[in-house]
Design a protein around this ligand. Sequence first.
Ligand code: PMT
Length: 403
Amino acid sequence: MLHNKRILLIVAGGIAAVKVPDLIRRLRERGASVRCILTKGGAQFVTPLSLAALSGQHVYQDLFSLTDESEMGHIRLSREADIILVAPATADMIAKMSHGIADDLATTALLATDKPVMIAPSMNVMMWTHPAVQVNLETLKARGVSVFGPGAGDLACGEVGDGRMAEVMDLVSALGRHFQKQRGDGALARFRIVVTSGPTIEPIDPVRYIANRSSGKQGHAIAAALADMGAQVTLVSGPTQEADPDGITVVKVETAAQMLKAVRAALPCDIAVCAAAVADWHVADVSKIKLKKSTAPPRINLAPNPDILATLAQPGKQRPSLVIGFAAETSDVIEKAKIKRAEKNCDWIVANDVSPGSGTFGSENNTVHVITAEGVQNWPTMTKREVAEKLADLVATFAAKKL
Ligand code: PMT
């Protein structure tokens, strides 16, 4: 979606500007060209030289630079782009945009443009929730500016809450979705897809539960990658810290039973991807009151949970045409995954090693083996986002041939 797209990236003065070099790298990897305008504030956090080196283009900084204006006037700069992305968009930049102030190259280009504008706000949580900022944002939204993020989490100022600039890969996806919407022809545009992600948690009593180490990173990345290709995605997720991917219906659940119910409610669908780490058991006799610490630890009676993947993959009218499971193994990964694929009747199974040394749970990377009726594909170690994109490509190829 980003191939040959021209992005004018305006870097304002916030700590999140340190993420911009990675953003440029990721956009260029996907075939986009990136031209930067660096504000005075932005230059406090990132150097023009690093942006020039990474973008492979001159970095524009000064409205009244004779060289810059003669080489590329600010009007041309703002028009020779397919989109303008302001990242990070500070409270000051948002205020200037909202009021039409044009007192430097960045704000002048923003006023002079006839191209879509997307902003990725980044600021302290109190600034973000301040009515002045929110009113300015509403003004921008009403004028058609897309606002992406911010996310919640630890802020550079030491406080916690909303205000973190969206993660780099989420911004890349948002840009991809923008261009896809413009074209309206994503490779999976006709398809409804259900994705499960994250852990399930099974209560013991009102305060305790049994859980597992899944972070939801892999499942969420898959849902986002499929949506990037135009699919209508329902993501059924157990509790995670991951942000809801943009443009996706997200159903939040806790237990396996709730996950199954939510997945059933999302049917019929064309494709299902079960990346959730569903607990195999639940506590049969959940206590309504907090169990008291006694001399003897309580006996916990476990009962089996429904198998969501196997239920979905059962032959029948509502079976999705392509059912993809995951297999999390700690030994004989491929052999055990092959057995799981057969037992659960899924079409493909994505096997990964989750033994403690693998670092698969919760990390950014994964090494997977994709097992289909045709054989085993061993993929190199990649980021979970890259695994998701490669899997989405495979799904799109399958869908184009068989669905
Ligand atoms: O979330 P991350 O930290 O990013 O980690 C990613 C991951 C390791 C969780 C992911 O890549 C993964 O392997 N997910 C499947 C985890 C799992 O539960 O595997 P399993 O081998 O126990 O189950 C096999 C398949 O059956 C899975 O598709 C699972 O979703 C499904 N299942 C299992 C039990 C159950 N009761 N219902 C199910 O649907």
